[in-house]
Design a protein around this ligand. Sequence first.
Ligand code: NAD
Ligand code: ZN
Ligand code: ZN
Length: 342
Amino acid sequence: MRQAVLVEPKHIEFREVEAPKASDLKEHQVLLNIKRIGICGSEIHSYHGCHPATSYPVVQGHEYSGVVVATGTAVTICKSGDVVTARPQLVCGKCKPCKRGEYNICEELKVQAFQANGAAQDFFVVDDDRIAVLPKDMPLDYGAMIEPVAVGAHATVRGGDLKGKNVIVSGAGTIGNLVAQFAKARGAKQVLITDVSDFRLEMARKCGIANTLNVAKTPFKEGVKSIFGDEGFQAAFEVAGVESSICSLMECIEKGSTIVVVAVFDKDPSLSMFYLGEHELKLNGTMMYRHEDYLTAVDMVSSGSIHLEPLISNRFLFEQYDEAYKFIDENRATSMKIIIKL
Ligand SMILES: NC(=O)c1ccc[n+]([C@@H]2O[C@H](COP(=O)([O-])OP(=O)(O)OC[C@H]3O[C@@H](n4cnc5c(N)ncnc54)[C@H](O)[C@@H]3O)[C@@H](O)[C@H]2O)c1
Ligand SMILES: [Zn+2]
Ligand SMILES: [Zn+2]
């Protein structure tokens, strides 16, 4: 079978390797024929050699959909021919977070495509507890996007009950867009998404987020006031990874509210701890997702509550993996999700 290996930054090598055999499957393993892979922002960092937790050589691909080819003897979740996706998290099951059921923050967490090999190959073996079966009519491309959708599902759970609240999502990349769509789907009164890119805000509007604000053109406070008036906002998500963004959210959010920090900051921001204390603000982290978030993501996409089509910028063939990265580099401002077709 074909396998794409990122042997070192900016160098993808295509190898012909032996495919895993159905006869070698352990009882809880599933053999998949990989069909689609989404490229995510963190993988772009790995490609450029600036993802601190990537070890090379590595097989990328952690957002994928595939068809079940064979199952181990104890597998009941899926059968041959089913279209599925799977979580890329390898966890220990023994540490305290794992024992509490919070395995997304396992002390020994390894994420496939970063600290373990991912699915950028024709066939791939996964454990059945990480599998989510996709509805028959779900496009394979959408199946490969369940992973980022699940990030939105989990982040919005970390934001507490959003019903009836005005919500701001700062940053309208793929993740911010999906967080905003989830906030709306979870009953927020109004959702405002901000960015410095009109293109990204246009994509958000195409996905049904009506309130958008370009903070490079209109000051944050003024823009928020023009949309929420005196109501203000009661929950926020920082998905830009920018100091001015988290500071604006902290300064303007209603006292006692929660801000979820979704973005990975390259550089730690300088925040007013005095302000945080005085306003009884809650800053919540969020880390990937758990299985229930995958299942929610599948339901929300298949019911049409979450729109994915506008987010897909381009599709490339497996042999064009390198070209896909070049396309991303050359079209940063006007591209979102890139899908690899096998
Ligand atoms: N917590 C998690 O589990 C998790 C999972 C996946 C990704 N992430 C992180 O989420 C972040 C977003 O991911 P993405 O793929 O959407 O990235 P992205 O780079 O596509 O999106 C970030 C967006 O923020 C915008 N931005 C820049 N300055 C801004 C400002 N001052 N105000 C508002 N927006 C501004 C950018 O224009 C861009 O559109 C990344 O940091 C990523 O690493 C976290
Ligand atoms: Zn991802
Ligand atoms: Zn663990």
